[in-house]
Design a protein around this ligand. Structure first.
Ligand code: NAD
Length: 457
């Protein structure tokens, strides 16, 4: 991938400026040279540089959000939320750095001692398209505060808006402490496998995560944090507030057109209330009509690309009991784009054999199945290799806690959408959905190494 041009998924007549792939060797050489002075810069000054970045991002907030909406197709309201989260993240990251990077000592050790944190070196952050700025930015801020120099390789699908973010970060941080290398899998592989790179934070698909794990496995001193895909279930118990559950499922299915790692893509519902719940879900889904992502009123934008739309069309074209059939309008408000409607498939029998029930699709497509016991709900939720998020809709807190204890996922919600992932808490995954919890609070610990000093008087 050398040069490419993105078209706006909400209006294919809009062509964004062409982007060229960056030079990995040059970027790594610069990052290596900038590392030593940066790691020796006091934490307070590193924090001050990030506060400058925060002010610049806040200044350009609306333009950045419009950039996300244009290039990715994420509705403007959500895009504004993404940029606001990136701005807020800087204060949370500074608070984390002050907490976790502080020196410690063990009073009960035989010798005087010091436990302190060291920067790792050059860090590479590879981001996905669906949160082109915010997800990478969480790792970037933690790495920088811990004293690492950072190279960010954004998704090629969000190259222009990430270039804007990159200009602001570079202006605030100073030369070579933060850099952007544009490109695709090729540049990603070159970056992660380079021996000078000491830490990698990757957010994206399981397939790419595996390729990165394979490329780095022989370098035992290189840390690799992975945030990967999900097949997130909403469990709806018989005692749930069905209206609220249906609203939360519809929202978590349609935000970012179902292209969030934590989107709800499965519902496991108690058989006794199944048809009541499905009636309410159908009603809620009527609120999600495709619209121009650049309008603040739009709740359902397009999917990101022709290949994402083709994947959606192949799924909704497969045989099965489609309760809501889905479709892809050619135009919305007179604009040609990759627009799609929500689709709901009812599955029964050996449901884990259904690819719609078991595999990540990354579009507003939901598989629903009915169950007769809590144990069945647990088994089906745990029956895929993914382990990102799950929601349990029940009025009973004890039941929620019991179920949460059995569910093999990193984040469990009671009566909240599976997409409810604020930056104020840790966020991460189990099983094939990832490791290390790089997504939320506390990532700064991963961005640094512990060094233990003992001093005999
Ligand atoms: P993707 O894996 O196609 O691409 C992600 C990034 O990896 C891009 O920058 C891409 O250029 C790069 N890349 C692709 N193949 C690579 C390789 N072999 N080596 C190195 N880099 C490579 O993912 P996407 O389509 O951009 O994003 C969607 C996926 O990301 C979904 O699976 C979604 O669930 C996941 N995701 C996970 C989280 C999370 O927090 N767990 C958050 C957002 C997205």
């Amino acid at each position: 991938m050398r040069t490419w041009t993105n078209k706006s998924p909400g209006d294919l007549s809009i062509e964004l400026p062409a982007v060229s792939a960056g030079n990995v060797e040059i970027a790594i050489d610069r990052a290596c040279r900038a590392f030593d002075p940066w790691r020796k810069t006091p934490l307070e000054q590193r924090g001050a540089a990030l506060k400058r970045a925060q002010a610049l991002i806040a200044r350009d907030q609306r333009e950045l959000a419009q950039g996300i909406a244009t290039e990715i197709g994420k509705p403007l309201k959500e895009s504004l939320g993404e940029v606001a989260a990136a701005i807020a993240k800087i204060d949370l990251a500074i608070a984390d750095a002050n907490r976790y990077l502080a020196d410690d000592t063990a009073a009960d050790n035989v010798h005087p001692n010091l436990v302190r944190r060291r920067a790792r070196g050059v860090a590479v952050v590879i981001g996905p398209f669906n949160f082109p700025i915010h997800l990478a930015h969480g790792a970037i801020t933690a790495y920088l505060l811990a004293g690492n120099t950072v190279i960010f390789k954004p998704s090629p699908l969000g190259a222009n808006v990430c270039a804007h973010y990159g200009r602001l970060m570079r202006e605030a941080m100073g030369d070579n402490i933060f850099q952007i290398v544009q490109g695709g899998a090729e540049q990603g592989q070159q970056l992660v496998s380079h021996p000078a790179v000491r830490s990698v934070c990757f957010t994206g698909s399981v397939a790419a995560g595996r390729a990165i794990a394979r490329a780095t496995v022989d370098d035992l001193g290189k840390d690799v944090a992975l945030e990967l895909g999900g097949k997130n279930a909403a469990i709806v118990c018989a005692d749930a507030d069905l209206d609220a559950a249906a609203a939360a499922v519809a929202e978590a299915m349609c935000l970012t057109a179902g292209q969030r790692c934590n989107s709800t893509s499965r519902v496991i519902v108690d058989r006794s209330i199944e048809s009541d719940f499905l009636d309410r879900l159908r009603a809620k889904l009527r609120d999600y009509v495709p619209g121009d992502p650049l309008l603040e009123s739009t709740r359902l934008g397009p999917v990101v690309s022709q290949s994402a739309k083709d994947r959606y069309l192949a799924v909704i074209g497969s045989p099965g009991d489609w309760l809501v059939p889905g479709s892809s309008p050619q135009t919305v408000a007179g604009k040609h784009g990759h627009y799609v409607l929500p689709a709901v498939l009812r599955v029964s029998g050996d449901v884990l054999q259904s690819s719609v029930f078991a595999e990540e699709i990354f579009a507003p497509v939901l598989a629903v199945t009915a169950c007769a016991s809590d144990q069945q709900m647990i088994d089906l939720t745990n029956g895929t290799p993914y382990g990102l998020t799950a929601s349990v809709f029940t009025a009973d807190r004890e039941r929620f806690l019991r179920l949460a204890d059995e569910l093999e996922v990193g984040n469990v919600y009671q009566n909240l959408p599976t997409t409810f992932s604020p930056s104020t808490l840790p966020f991460g995954s189990l099983k094939s959905s990832g490791n290390r919890h790089p997504g939320g609070r506390g990532f700064v610990r991963f961005a640094s190494d512990e060094q233990v000093l003992q001093m005999k008087p």
